[in-house]
Write a protein that binds this ligand. Sequence first.
Ligand SMILES: NC(=O)c1ccc[n+]([C@@H]2O[C@H](COP(=O)([O-])OP(=O)(O)OC[C@H]3O[C@@H](n4cnc5c(N)ncnc54)[C@H](OP(=O)(O)O)[C@@H]3O)[C@@H](O)[C@H]2O)c1
Length: 256
Amino acid sequence: MKLGFVGTGALSSAIVAGLKSLPGKTTPVVVSPRNEAIAAKLAARYPDVRIATDNQAVLDDCDTVMLAVRPQIAREVLKELRFRPDHHVVSLIATVSREEIAALVAPAAQVTKALPMPMIARLQGATIICPPDPMAAAFFGRLGGVIEVEDQSEFDALSVVTATYASYFKYLDTIHAWVRSQGVSGGRARDYITSIFKALANAPDTAPDEDFMHLAQDYATRGGINEQVLRELTERGTFDAFADSLERVHRRIAGK
Ligand SMILES: NC(=O)c1ccc[n+]([C@@H]2O[C@H](COP(=O)([O-])OP(=O)(O)OC[C@H]3O[C@@H](n4cnc5c(N)ncnc54)[C@H](OP(=O)(O)O)[C@@H]3O)[C@@H](O)[C@H]2O)c1
């Protein structure tokens, strides 16, 4: 595989870092010259990462191309480029549909949408791809896992999960701020919260047949403190408000 990136930003950089951390034979990579500083950093760090003179030179020098420019400029950038029928195109551009990308990159026949996350740099966090694509599945499978989906609507629904990270950290921050307000040092509170939530993140693996609500109930001993917080937040409509937000994000992602 000769891999190219059009758009060398945060996500491309994370993918290259993950890829280059794998043992065994390395995959040569060609990146577009923008962002200049990120491209230079990657080329300095990895001997087989090269900076192309422009976006077209990326395409001319690779068989597999990841599109990683921001959605706002994607159409303008792609319509200037000449793709070949044998180019394998993987679009990482959120909020632009596979159909629209396929029209913009014609005559490239193989077009796949993928949603990797920045944690891919540390080989963590699965990438959703649509439609199923053996090459992309093998590629992302080695970089933290892959989930292949048949249709765009399933892809869009799963994409909503990625909108919840910031509120997850706000949840942890609320706990952290409260514990600190009781006079506990920030570092000690952070260490404890981090340790406990890492352990909780492993709970679904230890009980693979249980849904998340069963796990919640496992921890919500009747009359206990977990049951109290769960009940109070539920009664105040916290989780209903959260579900409403997911609904609105979904409408935005799916363009409804
Ligand atoms: N970051 C994420 O967590 C994430 C997750 C899933 C999907 N995505 C998608 O991945 C894509 C990239 O996201 P990102 O976070 O990596 O964005 P980013 O850091 O802004 O990277 C985009 C890069 O494109 C470069 N660029 C601008 N104009 C260009 C042009 N004409 N030709 C080639 N490159 C150009 C920018 O360079 P300059 O700095 O010089 O302008 C920038 O470095 C987006 O479509 C986003 O929707 C991102």
